[in-house]
Design a binder for this molecule. Structure first.
Ligand code: ADP
Ligand code: MG
Length: 730
């Protein structure tokens, strides 16, 4: 009998206390009473900082003003006092290196003076800058050994917070991570630069419609999908432990075909986890609101209210971290991988993106009066034009090993980037471009048309779930982002794309008005030219269909199916123009980023390949051979008593086992050869190609044979926890 598997099942079934968190009877505590209690909020700042320090921090956030040393000291003192009252003994610079996870280095407030006295201190300089051991984080070759240091630098635009792990409490300071020369080595600095660039480029356009607008912030509301499995079962699957996904495993007879899980009732154990997670999130000021089952069994979603983009990204990173920790308290494991299980849906992270103004207006929301209508149309059409021009860049930002299993797999949008805008907007744009000239009459007509729009939010939200980039009434929803991914990369690209697009728009507009055109007419003229030019990227049909692939090719839209291909654009002029002109990444930073992404891809695939080899050799084959022997012994024994006639089943099965073992052997040999070839690869691009086109197909071949064997071999021998156990047993 397979001890590991059956022990794990037993452990799960005999759990004494599957609900470690007491929720108590009676009405729940109001969320408002603890929301943000672990955040150094505006209110806390007012209370713990001297007035001038408070105002300086606000100014730094608003306009990027530098803080003086004295102010930094005051802020550090206030933060320390606030956090000590809440039980913190340590502080940490919290950052988002290109590994995709968050990182933190803890230091205690406790210190010894030169004459041996114990003091508790936290200075302005410790708040503002730290030097973690940068050499263990990817730099893409930006750091040479003699300057291997990396620096974390305080980002005052995201509030400090307290991380509670068990009894330990740590004051966490959101930071960016840079080289000695100030080059970005993380996801945050490019994001912050993109936000600043979008602000600068969008304000002059927004001012065409309202002179009170002087600040524009990108907004993000993410929707996080994930799977939940039992901790004991997770631990009994070395592939889940090592790679976050099942490398082997036959889809269960019942998977999602009944669609009975979607919006079904949430299992009690998972519900307890969710409530615990929500409480922890709320304490950290993460405004999560929505929880529900997703399409696949054991799959769920959590989503917050949207926030300013920088804070939203931090909150998503924090949430992913919290999820893993809270789940373990409940003897559960959260799988954030894009494709933990074959044969059922994978997980994504929709990024709802829009732009908001200091006057409280959502620029992608159609308004009620004429000037807001034209404003809406301007930002709407410019977004489409930006996506048309920079689709390949957007594709590159969501390219990684996990997402390759999802994109184009008839459950997630394909790797072709297109925009869905809905019937009403499609008709409207069609009508607009029908007229060649844009005179006063036509401006009026256009504005009338927009005022007659139905409620787009109601109209569009669920219309087309197959589109990777959908307008959902008052925001665009970028649906191809992977569930494990940091939202910052696609969001920085969106901001940069939109920023450049708006700069171009303004320049074209200014040319026309300089020649005497009226502003509204000029706006409409430029927008109409954009609608015509970027029409190819708009698609309302079924993105999963094969016809769309053909049609998209005719329209000149790219379909990069794999990560290495999708990343290629980063070494091309399009990427250098976008990131360079917007100031989001320099050429050096971009090259390093490209390099790190390729390296990460190679590392992930190499780990998967090695894990697969190990599991097949040491777990699957012994079980298969044992069963093969049993069949052979039985056949021989039956023959010995002249029962040759009744050996049909045994022989058929034995033949299938033998043939599978043959395929596995071949697959393992070929896989091994491919991995050996890696040593001769001249660069990381070539390595990625070998892994993608030579190793991966062999892994699939091995999997096919093993999964077939899973149905044949005596269940008692099978060493790996099966899909129906992982997905349905609670
Ligand atoms: P659903 O997609 O589940 O129907 P909604 O469309 O209402 O739900 O919202 C999905 C996400 O979009 C939520 O996180 C929400 O906060 C976010 N969202 C709503 N408005 C905006 C906006 N203006 N900017 C960014 N995100 C937004
Ligand atoms: Mg949505």
């Amino acid at each position: 009998m397979s001890l590991t598997r059956f022990n794990a099942l037993q452990t799960m079934e005999t759990r004494v206390d599957p609900f470690p968190v007491e929720f108590g009877e009676g009405p729940a505590e109001k969320i408002a009473s603890y929301f943000g209690e672990n955040v150094f909020t505006d209110e806390a700042m007012k209370k713990f900082l001297p007035e001038n320090a408070y105002l300086s921090v606000k100014a730094a956030v608003q306009s990027g003003q530098k803080l003086t040393r004295e102010v930094a000291d005051d802020v550090a003192t206030g933060m320390k006092k606030w956090s000590e009252e809440k039980g913190c003994t340590h502080f940490a610079h919290w950052f988002q290196p290109l590994t995709g996870k968050t990182a933190e280095k803890h230091d205690s407030f406790f210190n010894l003076t030169h004459d041996g006295l114990v003091i508790e201190e936290f200075s302005g300089s410790a708040l503002v800058q730290q030097e973690p051991d940068g050499s263990s984080f990817p730099s893409g070759g930006m750091r040479s050994t003699f300057e291997a240091r990396g620096y974390t630098v305080w980002d005052p635009s995201s509030p400090a917070f307290i991380m509670e792990v068990g009894d330990g409490k740590t004051l966490c300071i959101p930071t960016i991570f840079v080289t000695y020369g100030g080059e970005a080595q993380d996801y945050k600095l490019p994001l912050l630069r993109s936000q600043a660039f979008l602000d600068k480029s969008a304000v002059p356009v927004a001012q065409l419609f309202d002179s009170n607008i002087n600040k524009i912030t990108a907004t993000l509301g993410w929707e996080q999908e994930y799977f939940v499995v039992d901790d004991a079962l997770f631990s009994a699957r070395p592939d889940l432990v090592m790679t976050g996904r099942t490398l082997l495993g036959r889809p269960a007879a019942k998977h999602q075909q009944l669609e009975d899980h979607y919006f079904g009732s949430i299992p009690e154990r998972v519900y307890a986890f969710m409530r615990d997670l929500e409480t922890e999130s709320h304490k950290l000021g993460i405004p999560v609101r929505t929880r529900h089952n997703e399409v696949a069994p054991a799959q769920y979603e959590v989503a917050p209210m949207f926030e300013e983009i920088n804070v939203a990204v931090d909150h998503n990173q924090l949430l992913m971290d919290l999820m893993e920790r809270v789940a373990r308290r409940h003897k559960l494991r959260v799988l954030l991988h894009e494709k933990p299980f074959a044969g059922i849906n994978g997980s994504g992270k929709h990024n709802n993106w829009s732009m908001g103004t200091n006057t409280g207006v959502n620029l992608l929301s159609p308004g009620k009066n004429p000037s807001t209508n034209l404003r809406f149309l301007t930002f709407f059409v410019n977004t489409i034009a930006a996506v048309h021009k920079y689709a390949d860049i957007l594709r590159s930002t969501i390219a990684h090993a996990g997402n390759d299993h999802r994109l184009g797999a008839n459950e997630a949008p394909p790797a072709i980037i297109s925009v869905f805008i809905g019937d009403a907007m499609t008709k409207l744009l069609d009508q607009l471009v029908r007229d060649r000239k844009a005179d006063g009459q036509e401006v009026k007509r256009a504005i009338d048309l927009i005022s007659k729009l139905p409620n787009l939010e109601m109209d569009n939200t669920d219309r087309n779930r197959t589109s990777p980039f959908a307008f959902t009434g008052n925001k665009f929803e970028i649906r191809a982002v992977g569930s494990s991914q940091n939202c910052a990369a696609p969001m920085a690209a969106m901001n940069a794309m939109m920023g450049l697009q708006l700069v171009e728009f303004k320049a074209e507009l200014d040319k026309l008005t300089a020649k005497g055109a009226k502003q509204d007419e000029a706006i409409l003229t430029v927008l109409k030219s954009y609608i015509r030019k970027s029409k190819a990227v708009c698609f309302e049909g079924n993105n999963y269909s094969d016809e769309w692939k053909e049609e998209a090719a005719k329209r000149g839209l790219n379909n990069f199916a794999t990560t290495p291909e999708a990343l290629d654009v980063l070494s091309k002029k399009l990427a250098q123009d976008l990131y360079g002109k917007s100031g989001v990444m320099s050429k050096v930073e971009l090259d390093a980023y490209h390099n790190v992404q390729l390296h990460t891809y190679c590392t992930k695939l190499s780990i998967e390949a090695k894990a697969l080899e190990d599991i097949v050799h040491s777990m699957v084959m012994p079980a298969a051979i044992r069963y093969q022997t049993e069949l052979a012994t039985n056949i021989a024994a039956m023959r010995a008593i002249d029962m040759d006639d009744s050996l049909g089943y045994q022989k058929d099965t034995l033949k299938r086992v033998v043939s599978n073992i043959g395929d596995i052997r071949e697959g393992l040999n070929e896989l091994h050869k491919a991995l050996e070839k890696l040593h001769e690869a001249s660069d990381v691009r070539e390595e990625a190609g070998i892994l993608c086109h030579e190793a991966k197909p062999q892994m699939d071949k091995i999997r096919d044979a093993v999964d077939d064997m899973e149905t044949l071999v005596d269940d008692q021998y099978w060493p790996l926890v099966k899909y129906h156990e992982l997905l349905f047993v609670r």
